[in-house]
Design a protein around this ligand. Structure first.
Ligand SMILES: Cc1ncc(COP(=O)(O)O)c(C=O)c1O
Ligand SMILES: N[C@@H](CCCC[NH3+])C(=O)O
Length: 423
């Protein structure tokens, strides 16, 4: 289903021409398609409809309240990694009973807040965390529902920065140590063992690593059953990839079939934490050309969007498709699309074939619905760009543009002769 498409030569989000949004909110901006978000969510969960399951959208991919609310209405839960993401989820109307808390560095106050809220499970990633959670829950006369995040040591065949299931990464507990740790956990008064969890990496473009991880978890689960644990749920994390340029990731239907085949008639509750596959291709990032520069070696289009708005190219060397918002008829030329930030790494795309660009032209970076706005910063004191949600022929600003003043509002200059005393 194509909710971003050209009509009369102009790129639309659903029924709304992107220039109309630019007119209303200025540039740059992120634009999300509500229909695409909903469609992706439904397609992802469809293969598991016959099972007890929960799709807990990964908040880190896109945590805008309106997006979370939309997904929450579809029945989504939330995979959170901080107290902040939990607060967003609750504010968006997602019940705590549908939240799972992942992350290697949960602070005490975060464990407390999640216990207060009554989340579905803590995906515990270390012995230290398990002990702290036991102490914190025990002191309140509670038992914290726990899955251990097990590191199955499979190669997800993705970018090294986003591979998380190999032995040498910081995530989870090594699968070889998991059985012991489950036995320790079961003896802790503040802990209730409820599940097994893993997440092996992000932007995976084949199902094999998922199946391999699942096989290893199944072996562990048999051992845990022998030890007398009652494992009620299995959380397989997120990680299913999307097509940015020419990647050919498995369709969620194929992913679902592979998982279902491997699981057979296992009757527990199945949990997933997808982020990118739901939100990535449901959003674009639109900026306007400020200047074009023709240099002997290179042609540049300097746009008003930058690495602070869309960090993936700078951070991972990631390539996302860039389309002209108004389809150009003529020849294309290779151009580097760069931002105004004082870093050579500040580019949105290199050597892209685009029609000859002029000041004011709009460019859309595709697949920007995940890990776009959530990874944005204020580097160079750039206010973060607004987020716009489109549904049919309507659009709504779901996060306004920040103002410059609010960026430095939390700062202060010491008074009372502080500088004079410096000597
Ligand atoms: C624990 C956990 N769950 C879920 C996700 C979501 O991953 P993705 O956006 O690749 O589906 C991540 C990020 O990779 C993660 O670290
Ligand atoms: N932020 C990364 C993915 C990391 C996923 C975090 N668990 C990206 O944009 O691809």
């Amino acid at each position: 289903m194509h909710h971003f498409h050209y009509r009369d030569g102009v790129l639309h989000a659903e029924e709304v021409p992107l220039p109309a949004i630019a007119e209303a909110v200025g540039t740059p901006f992120y634009c999300y398609s509500a229909a695409t978000l909903r469609h992706h969510f439904r397609v992802f969960r469809e293969p598991f409809a016959h099972r007890d399951h929960l799709v807990a959208f990964s908040a880190k991919a896109n945590s805008n309240l309106a997006v979370l609310h939309l997904l929450g209405r579809e029945g989504s839960g939330l995979d959170i990694v901080s107290r902040g993401e939990m607060a967003r989820g609750l504010a968006a109307g997602i019940p705590a009973e549908r939240m799972v808390f992942s992350g290697v560095g949960k602070r005490r106050d975060e464990l407390e807040a999640a216990l207060d809220a009554g989340i579905l499970a803590f995906n515990v990633e270390s012995v230290g965390e398990l002990e702290l959670l036991d102490a914190v829950a025990g002191a309140r006369g509670q038992r914290a529902p726990v899955s251990l995040r097990v590191n199955p040591d499979v190669d997800p065949l993705t970018h090294p920065y986003i591979a998380t299931g190999l032995r040498a990464t910081k995530f989870g507990v090594p699968i070889g140590e998991a059985r012991d740790l489950y036995n320790r956990a079961a003896a802790m008064p503040g802990i209730e063992v409820v599940g097994v969890d893993c997440h092996i990496g992000s932007q995976l473009t084949s199902v094999a690593p998922f199946v391999e991880a699942l096989q290893r978890l199944q072996a562990l689960m048999s051992a845990l059953a022998e030890d007398g644990h009652r494992i009620q749920h299995l959380d397989l994390g997120g990680g299913l990839g999307i097509s940015y340029l020419d990647e050919a990731p498995p369709h969620p239907e194929d992913f679902g079939r592979a998982i279902n085949d491997q699981l057979g008639d296992w009757a527990g509750k199945l949990i997933f934490e997808p982020g990118r596959v739901i939100a990535g291709n449901a959003g674009v990032f639109v900026s306007a050309v400020l200047y074009t520069k023709d240099q002997p070696e290179k042609r540049f289009a300097v746009v008003d969007g930058a690495m602070n708005d869309l960090m993936r190219p700078a951070l991972y060397g990631a390539e996302q498709e860039i389309r002209p918002v108004r389809e150009g008829g003529g020849e294309t030329e290779a151009v580097d699309v760069v931002g105004p930030i004082c870093e050579s790494g500040d580019f949105l795309g290199k050597d892209r074939a685009l029609p000859r660009l002029a000041q004011g032209d709009l460019l859309a970076v595709m697949s920007a619905g995940a890990y776009g706005a959530t990874m944005a910063s204020n580097y160079n004191t750039r206010p973060r760009a607004p987020e716009v949600l489109v549904s049919g022929d309507r659009f709504e600003v779901v996060r306004r543009r920040e103002t410059v003043e609010e960026l430095y509002a939390p700062e202060s200059i010491p008074a009372g002769g502080w500088f004079e005393q410096m000597g």
